[in-house]
Design a protein. Structure first.
Length: 350
């Protein structure tokens, strides 16, 4: 049995409503549009419509990915949704997506690895498919609806986050392609650096938690920045060394994007040119677990990936979680974009 597992189809979806920096500045005291763009690099972000939940974003992205892979939902044996903004505490958002897709044969569950969650989910899915004697296919989705968890008065968070989803279909790929290495980790001494304190078993929802805005994201920006600056070069060095590769042998870098300005600066400091760094958060903001797969999809849309292309993936999230991976691109992989007009992107690329 072929044990090489890689991406064989991609889909993405953004809500139709877009907020510019002018829109955000009008809602957030103490900032203006120029400051937001200069400090974060985010220029626009998309916002889910009232009543539009995580599964409503994840489902069209997954439908597009399955169509790109030319698969029927009934052929999916595993469906994993990476999210921190689930439809509800229970059941898993993946169960909602499974029902909407009609993926009747899929085992479905969520993974909360924060902004690194898609890589956590990919590791699970890859190993699942490798251990499955009949092979099969997995759908792995990164999705967030962060707009429901933002304090408009907090400029550290209100200006950065957006809503969106990206989906990948994993399956067998030719020898020499697919996921070569996936490394994961957690440094929980920084667990409070990014947190939504209310709504769990420690602080159940109540009138007082709502009044204190404890159901919104709290972030220590300085701690997150320091962690990224120290961890990114370490992960990059280790990944290249472990696979006996040099920096110029990597065709694309698809990384989590909490702050495009920071990402570009750190990448440049470590020899990554801007052409190979796939930046998407300038247009969509930080969509958490959806950022990394969305960046891969964008690399396809820009024609950056060909069979045999090597892609480095690096992601960080609340916890603090981190992940890195090396992906060698398979032939014939398509992207379909389910984003409604007028915000639709390039429809597909080979």
């Amino acid at each position: 049995m072929n044990t090489n597992v890689g991406i064989i189809g991609l889909g993405r979806y953004l809500p139709s409503e877009m907020r510019t920096n002018e829109d955000v500045a009008a809602r957030t005291p103490g900032v203006n549009a120029e400051w937001v763009g200069r400090r974060t690099g985010v220029l626009t972000r998309h916002v889910a419509a009232p009543g539009e939940a995580a599964s409503d974003l994840a489902t069209p992205a997954a439908e597009a990915a399955l169509s790109a892979a030319e698969l029927d939902p009934a052929q999916v044996s595993l469906l994993v949704v990476a999210t921190t903004t689930a439809d509800e505490p229970s059941p898993a958002t993946a169960c909602r997506v499974q029902a909407a897709l009609g993926a009747v044969n899929a085992v479905s569950f969520d993974v909360n690895g924060a902004c690194a969650g898609w890589l956590f989910a990919v590791k699970i899915a890859r190993d699942w498919l490798r251990d499955n004697p009949t092979g099969g296919y997995a759908v792995v989705i990164g999705v967030e609806v962060f707009s429901r968890f933002l304090d408009p008065d907090d400029r550290a968070t209100a200006v950065i986050f957006g809503d969106g989803a990206a989906a990948t279909v994993l399956g067998p790929v030719p020898d020499g392609t697919g996921f070569d290495e996936i490394c994961l980790g957690t440094e929980s001494d920084l667990a409070d650096a990014v947190v939504v304190p209310g709504g769990g078993s420690r602080l159940p929802a109540s009138l007082s938690t709502v009044e204190r805005r404890e159901h919104t994201i709290r972030m220590d920006g300085r701690a997150v920045t320091q962690f990224f600056r120290s961890k990114f070069p370490q992960l990059l060095h280790d990944l290249l060394a472990d696979n006996d590769l040099k920096l110029d042998e990597i065709d694309a870098f698809a990384c989590h994007q909490a702050n495009p300005v920071l990402l570009k600066a750190v990448a440049a400091e470590h020899g990554i040119d801007q052409e190979r760094l796939i930046v998407v958060a300038d247009r969509i903001g930080n969509i958490g677990s959806g950022c990394t797969p969305y960046a891969i999809a964008e690399a396809v849309a820009r024609g950056r990936l060909r069979p045999g292309s090597r892609v480095v993936l690096v992601a960080f999230g609340a916890g603090m979680t981190w992940g890195s991976a090396l992906l060698t691109w398979a032939p014939g992989v398509r992207l379909l974009d389910a984003t409604p007009a007028p915000a639709a992107r390039a429809k597909e690329s080979v």
